[in-house]
Design a protein around this ligand. Structure first.
Ligand SMILES: Cc1cc2nc3c(=O)[nH]c(=O)nc-3n(C[C@H](O)[C@H](O)[C@H](O)COP(=O)(O)O)c2cc1C
Length: 190
């Protein structure tokens, strides 16, 4: 259970593996999702992110679906939109980090997108279950960029009964998240 004061956009967020296969996102909605990511903070305003966005039925979506793993291919294609979340990992033609915080910043941008999705009545499931090398080749991604994660974004079916959650939604208690540096490890052994 979330605490009563938690903002509804956060309290009602969860990651479905069930999407309404008839629901489509409008072009304006997709633009708003990207706009939300655009305004995320990043170290030095480096903005180390880009997105490949496919709306169900278009060619980009078909190319994204082709590289899903067996597990995600059972549920992700029914979401209205699939996004490949790209991170600017390295300085071009080097092994130097583009930014110490590139992955951190991409995560924030995707989190912003996730909250904006909630504001639009949508849900997001982020996932790693895809062929990274396959997507890199498919979209001719330069070597200094990485397909870090994907997001399936859509509407949960109106008649969805609550069955089919991939795993129970449990969290460590707040007390466990607060570390005073003296008594125990930051994360207690499970
Ligand atoms: C970076 C990242 C990778 C994830 N990879 C997968 C995945 O490969 N397959 C999957 O079904 N869910 C994946 N998830 C979803 C998580 O399992 C889910 O967010 C977590 O269980 C918490 O559930 P909640 O989002 O409903 O609170 C991923 C989430 C994140 C943020």
């Amino acid at each position: 259970m979330t605490s009563p004061g938690l903002h509804p956009l956060l309290a009602t967020r969860w990651s479905p593996t069930v999407f309404d296969a008839a629901h489509e996102l409008s072009v304006d909605e997709v633009e708003l999702l990207v706009e939300a990511a655009r305004w995320a903070p990043s170290a030095g305003n480096s903005q180390p992110w880009s997105f490949v966005v496919g709306r169900r039925g278009d060619e980009t979506h078909r190319r994204l679906v082709a590289h899903l793993a067996g597990s995600s291919s059972t549920w992700a294609p029914t979401a209205g939109v699939l996004v490949a979340n790209l991170c600017h990992r390295f300085v071009e033609d080097t092994e130097w980090d583009y930014s110490e915080f590139a992955l951190y910043d991409l995560g924030q941008a995707v989190a912003h997108m996730t909250v904006q999705a909630r504001a639009l009545g949508l849900h997001v499931r982020q996932f790693r279950a895809f062929d990274r090398a396959g997507l890199t080749a498919e979209f001719a991604l330069p070597g200094h960029w990485e397909v870090t994660s994907m997001s399936a974004i859509g509407r949960v079916p109106a008649d969805w009964t609550g069955t089919g959650l991939a795993s129970p939604r449990e969290r460590r208690p707040v007390d466990d998240l607060l570390w005073d540096g003296t008594e125990r490890e930051p994360r207690p052994a499970s």
